[in-house]
Design a protein. Structure first.
Length: 253
């Protein structure tokens, strides 16, 4: 008896070239300008700037694959022990040479990210304690921006025309509002709390940068949540309107 229903499918994916990966190991610099471009170590490529995330790589046939948040591939024109030439996103050939300068290793020691990058809060604990006039009352408002280790990736292209991921850190913002000892609102906000008010593709790449007090009346206090996209000038401002009597909230863009 013969069976024709369980014939295994052929795998047409080319095998990884481990010898080529071994050849890639080391620090590569621009052939003309001599500036350091990246270091290949193990199965990972590292960049010198503090924002660009390391990326897994592999080589199949004449193609270099980078496994970033948006996987990309680059045609290899040449790969030898000392020379690497590949075609970047713009169709230009990038020519690199391997360096034996051990001092270049220090360039890959990450520098702490600036606390203010592209109008977003990064790595900075911010506290605001305010007394606000709401009609004939004086309310106590408290806002604290808490940094997290949750990374948000922003795809970009570096100076060599290669796709890289810039990594930023999201925040959790605590908001409290009191009328004397009476609690009106006391809670944490995360960017997912605003997902219904911004496009999905935006929420995936934005940072909850801050929440600030906008205005106050006898009936309600309005806070504004600022969601910003790193590396751009795009941001969404979401109004959080708090009822001073029962603490209920409503939101709007």
């Amino acid at each position: 008896m013969a069976s024709c229903g369980n014939t295994p499918e052929k795998n047409n994916t080319p095998a990884e070239d481990l010898e080529a990966k071994q050849t890639m190991q080391g620090i590569w610099v621009d052939e003309l300008e001599g500036n350091c471009v990246f270091q290949a170590k193990g199965d990972t490529i590292f960049y010198t700037d503090s924002l660009s995330e390391p990326v897994k790589f592999h080589i199949c046939a004449d193609t270099l694959y980078l496994e970033s948040s948006h996987p990309t591939k680059y045609h290899l024109n040449k790969l030898s022990d000392h020379v690497l030439r590949f075609v970047n996103n713009d169709g230009d050939e990038i020519s690199l040479v391997k360096s034996d300068d051990k001092n270049l290793v220090k360039l890959f020691e990450k520098i702490q990210i600036s606390k203010s990058i592209d109008h977003i809060n990064q790595g900075e604990l911010i506290k605001r304690d305010s007394i606000i006039a709401a009609g004939d009352k004086r309310l106590h408002a408290y806002v604290q921006v808490n940094p997290t280790t949750y990374k948000v990736y922003q795809p970009t292209v570096n100076d060599d025309g290669v796709s890289v991921d810039h990594a930023y850190f999201d925040n959790i913002v605590h908001v409290a509002l009191y009328d004397g000892a009476r609690k009106i609102i006391n809670r944490d906000y995360r960017k997912k709390d605003f997902a219904a008010y911004v496009p999905k593709e935006y929420i995936d790449h934005c940072i909850l940068s801050d929440i600030v007090i906008e205005n106050a009346t006898a009936d309600e206090v309005t806070f504004v949540a600022i969601l910003s996209t790193p590396d751009t000038y795009t941001s969404y401002h979401i109004n959080i309107v708090v009822n001073n009597t029962d603490g209920t909230t409503k939101m709007s863009v």
